[in-house]
Design a protein around this ligand. Structure first.
Ligand SMILES: [Zn+2]
Length: 532
């Protein structure tokens, strides 16, 4: 997923004579070279030395200097009885910084020297070739190297093939490793903390660089996501996706999909707020973030402390609206085995949009209303009738909570209907809404069999079918926990986001969670997925 270094795509709107184009290109090359000559004290020697490099190694003198420096640093630590292993670790890391920087710089130079000077688009040999140095920041410090660039007469643009080969973006100052680190840190913490944490790990980044680079990586992630989602639009790709499995064929399984949403605070109209308010516009700064999670029921288990855990699961998070959520969730469900699942189970709270989405994309799925949300609705009526947490409220709600667990929504609806005429106007309206809620959701209340199965498992009398059923979640706790985790980063006090900013960062975070980080940062692939 490296970004191309091409300065532009072919532009052919105003055709110029080839001679004029060549002349302009030559002038530009001269100007670039002049700029560099002005910056370096011995540019000609530097460039010649760089071009002559054939090995990325340290000289014997450099190795000896490293060894001496290291021994000196360690000797100092060992002399001081209060300096523990942490001091040893620091001493070794500091002594290694410069030799490692030199090695990385030489390896970068060698890579540049061996990269053919061809156009990235049409692979044509570039003309008007010149050498130009570039300095980038790496995990070992600044690296300076020289690389060839040239003009593609076909695409009519300048190309720096070595930059492309090294994974460097145009005008972005960071090495691929630091590109990754900015992305990772920024998804986990606000920039000011990320700067301090990076510094502690020996990487100096300004807040501005960190922010700009992380956003660029977020856009890269969004582009990668869009490319993946395009598979949904071609029948061939779609069937391939539906056939793809996560491993060897297994026992029939149930795929669980949980959906929820929360609010993010955004600053939509930078600098125009007062003007727009004066014009009487109502500025709504809270926007929905839609989220989903997908997992196989047989990947759900319990810790020793009986806390439910899911070993493999897919995540979806977007600020892009319901259509975006629907596509992303469908893709994620296919990735996690929608095509092979014996059953699909959608669990969520009572939001109408969720069930519309489920009916549209997962028409054969079983639907389950989150039990705790359902309980909450009964408690609301109880509190309205008898006051918050009164014995009367508890007494009134108890048989209804039981009816809910017995899969008897009719009993709940009947109780509410009988109650309604005896209430004042305001309460009648409230109870009417509740009756509607239970009517809408009565086919999503299936808890009894699960509870019976769980009891049978406890008693040791469960059938194999009951053992499986006992593992089914009663509620959408998995997605609610995920929402809270995202909120820890995206919903901090006094924090504002822009739509573009939070979507890009959320997309990065979701790549990380979905174990697809290496699709953005190839060097970060786990050994099992590495190229060689
Ligand atoms: Zn070209």
């Amino acid at each position: 997923m490296t970004t191309t270094t091409a300065t532009s795509r072919p532009r052919r709107t105003r055709p110029q004579s080839p001679r004029k184009v060549q002349q302009a290109a030559r002038r530009q090359a001269r100007r670039l070279t002049d700029e560099i000559m002005a910056q370096s004290a011995h540019p000609a020697q530097d460039a010649a030395a760089a071009a002559a490099l054939t090995q990325a190694t340290l000289t014997d003198t450099e190795l000896a200097a490293w060894r001496d420096d290291l021994q000196q640093r360690l000797a100092t630590v060992l002399q001081h009885s209060e300096q523990h292993l942490g001091f040893v670790e620091e001493a070794i890391a500091r002594a290694a910084q410069e030799p490692l920087r030199l090695l990385a710089q030489r390896a970068a130079q060698l890579k540049a020297n061996t990269t053919p000077c061809q156009c990235a688009h049409c692979h044509r040999e570039l003309t008007l070739q010149k050498l130009l140095p570039r300095t980038i920041h790496s995990r070992f410090g600044p690296l300076r190297f020289w690389r060839r660039y040239g003009w593609c007469s076909d695409c009519q643009s300048w190309h720096f093939p070595a930059d492309y080969a090294l994974g460097l973006a145009k005008k972005a100052p960071l090495s691929p490793y630091l590109q990754e680190i900015t992305a990772l840190l920024t998804t986990k913490m606000p920039p000011e903390q990320a700067v301090a944490v990076a510094q502690r790990f020996g990487v100096d980044l300004s807040r501005c660089t960190l922010h700009r680079e992380a956003h660029r990586q977020g856009l890269k992630a969004q582009a990668a996501r869009s490319a993946a989602l395009a598979q949904l639009d071609s029948w061939e790709d779609f069937t391939a996706l539906a056939r793809a499995t996560e491993g060897p064929p297994s026992q029939p399984f149930t795929l669980v999909i949980e959906i929820d949403a929360w609010n993010v605070r955004e600053r939509d109209h930078w600098g125009q707020t007062d003007t727009l308010r004066a014009q009487g516009e109502k500025l709504d700064r809270w926007h929905w973030v839609y989220m989903g999670t997908v997992f196989r029921l047989d990947h759900r288990g319990h810790t020793a402390g009986d806390r439910p855990v899911i070993s493999q699961r897919g995540y979806v998070a977007t600020r892009g609206g319901l259509e975006a959520l629907t596509r992303q969730l469908h893709y994620e469900a296919l990735q996690r085995g929608l095509g092979q699942a014996q059953q699909v189970l959608v669990i969520a709270d009572g939001a109408v949009w969720i069930w519309n989405l489920a009916a549209e994309r997962f028409p054969n799925a079983r639907q389950r209303l989150d039990l705790w949300h359902a309980d909450q609705h009964l408690w609301e009526v109880a509190h309205d009738l008898y006051g918050r947490d009164t014995p009367e409220a508890r007494q009134w709600v108890a048989p209804l909570l039981q009816a809910l667990r017995n899969d008897q929504p009719c009993q709940i609806i009947q109780t509410l209907e009988e109650l309604q005429p005896r209430l004042n106007q305001a309460l009648q309206e409230k109870v009417r809404t509740q009756i509607e809620y239970w009517n809408n959701n009565q086919n999503r209340l299936h808890y009894r069999a699960i509870m019976a199965a769980r009891k049978a498992v406890e008693k040791g009398t469960a059938t194999p079918e009951q053992i499986q059923r006992a593992n089914e979640p009663l509620g959408s706790g998995a997605i609610e926990a995920t929402c809270r985790q995202y909120q820890c980063r995206f919903k901090r006090t006094g924090q504002f986001w822009t739509t573009a900013g939070d979507e890009a960062l959320m997309c990065l975070e979701t790549f990380w969670r979905n174990d697809r980080w290496h699709l953005l940062f190839a060097h970060a692939a786990p050994p099992s997925l590495a190229h060689n």
